[in-house]
Design a protein around this ligand. Structure first.
Ligand code: CMC
Length: 428
């Protein structure tokens, strides 16, 4: 085993270097503080591996994404979302029998407790659906007490199935509530994604027929978003779970983190930006703003902490966008025109080349989801729906890891040194 040496003042200490199956090795500094009295400093965790994981691998320089070893391109092309869920949760692609059993179990849990509707009715109609998701997923722990004991393997298993099954129902309810339409109950004769489309777009007074092209496209979008190793929301779920919190509460914490525009909120922000740019002629002006150090404007849907190459999900997403627009007969979408122009200009621009800023998945997903009929406020909700399985798989891996401890980062304190309390009259 190789080692790494740290010298601090006159003390030299050796640390083991651990090798993974792919990707960079890590220096195991878990004994650093005990042996040197110093911490490491790494804001944003740009050089820190927080755990060992067997679930997802990303090579950001090569633009590679693997779920349990399988390339995302193959899963998106040949697999479906529930099969991908099985793979992420249990480590292997299911056999036909295993898949049938898994689909059956998920399908049997699609309904939510009827009292949840009262919970929904308490929200303002103009509430952001992500606000409703944070609250309603957290509230699941108030409804399903029989699956909150994390030390019980059966309860953990039921909680994971419940969340994967109920997330589409809650997401569709959040949407229906915002537009003042009645909730549509799940239809268990449909596949996972078709059922979700129906719960979103059917109304009781008309027959609803699921468009298989749109259903397949959305299913693929779910596959692309299913996991992404230790990103901000997944790390949030792991950190929340490390204290022993119940899985519904942990996933609610992940949803809260995902909401931010630097993370899952980027697809909403990207579409708003494309609409603001308006026409391809304006693209140059906005690219110049993105490059201006004194202007906080950033190109939404560009750049990634890990990918310093084309995001492999963005390529698949771009193809899916065209499929959806063709199916819907949308020949000229002004937003797509702006997006294509922006992509062309940015990919040739020195600033973006030098900083390795490429389009990420969110650049195209907004256009696709809008064409399908989803309002921008629902985009991040769909991301949360799909990422739930990744969060759960990562949470399960952490719970089952015998070396797991409560997550507790340290700090470099730069505040005042010790001082004495002054009575209010003596302060100036
Ligand atoms: N437009 C213009 N400049 C950018 C952009 C951008 N979108 N992204 C990064 N830069 C510049 C940034 O100003 C900085 O320049 P300098 O070195 O001169 O200060 C440099 O590139 C590095 O940026 P950073 O913020 O240090 O990089 P990061 O790894 O902390 O940030 C990011 C990654 C995704 C937050 C960032 O690229 C960004 O804000 N992108 C726009 C939001 C977005 O599309 N987010 C979705 C990410 S993919 C979905 C997901 O996984 O959640």
């Amino acid at each position: 085993m190789s080692t790494s040496t740290v010298t601090l003042d006159d003390k030299t200490v050796e640390f083991p270097v651990k090798e993974g199956t792919l990707g960079p090795s890590v220096i195991d500094i878990s004994k650093l503080y005990a042996q040197t009295g110093a911490f490491t400093y790494d804001p944003g965790f740009t050089s820190t591996a927080s755990c060992e994981s067997k679930i997802t691998f990303i090579d950001g320089d090569q633009g590679i994404l693997l779920y349990r070893g399988y390339p995302i391109e193959q899963l998106a092309e040949h697999g479906d979302f529930l099969e991908t869920c099985y793979l992420l949760l249990y480590g292997e692609l299911p056999t036909a029998n295993q898949k049938e059993d898994f689909v059956y179990r998920v399908t049997r849990h699609t309904m939510v407790h009827d009292q949840m509707t009262r919970f929904f009715n308490g929200f303002r109609r103009d509430a952001h659906p992500m606000a409703i998701m944070v609250a309603s997923v957290g509230a699941l722990s108030a409804f399903y007490h029989d699956s909150t004991d994390i030390s019980d393997e059966t309860q953990r298993m039921i909680a994971q199935i419940r969340m994967i099954a109920k997330m589409p129902t809650l997401a569709a309810m959040a949407y229906k509530y915002s537009i003042g339409q009645p909730f549509v109950y799940p239809d268990n004769s449909l596949d996972y994604t078709s059922n979700f489309l129906k719960m979103c777009f059917a109304v009781p007074c008309e027959e609803y027929k699921v468009n298989p092209v749109l259903s397949r496209a959305l299913d693929r979008i779910f596959i692309l978003h299913a996991d992404h190793e230790q990103n901000a929301s997944t790390s949030t779920v792991r950190l929340a779970g490390s204290s022993g919190a119940n899985p519904f509460a942990c996933i609610a914490a992940g949803i809260a983190c995902l909401w931010g525009p630097a993370h899952g909120g980027a697809n909403e922000a990207a579409l708003k930006m494309l609409a603001e740019i308006g026409t391809p002629e304006n693209v140059g002006k906005y690219v110049a703003r993105a490059k201006d150090k004194n202007d906080p404007f950033r190109l939404m849907g560009f750049g990634h902490r890990v990918y310093k190459n084309y995001d492999p999900r963005a390529r698949i997403m771009q193809r899916t966008t065209h499929e959806v627009l063709n199916e819907l007969g949308i020949k000229d979408d002004p937003l797509l025109d702006v997006a294509l122009e922006l992509e062309q200009i940015a990919l040739k621009d020195e600033y973006f080349i030098e900083k390795k800023l490429y389009p990420n998945i969110d650049f195209y997903s907004g256009i696709t989801l809008k064409a399908m009929g989803f309002p921008t406020s629902m985009f991040t909700v769909l991301f949360a729906l799909a990422r739930t399985v990744g969060w759960i798989a990562q949470w399960m891996e952490m719970i089952e890891d015998p070396s797991q401890k409560i997550g507790r980062p340290r700090q470099l304190y730069v505040g005042p040194t010790r001082r004495d309390y002054m009575p209010i009259g003596q302060r100036n």
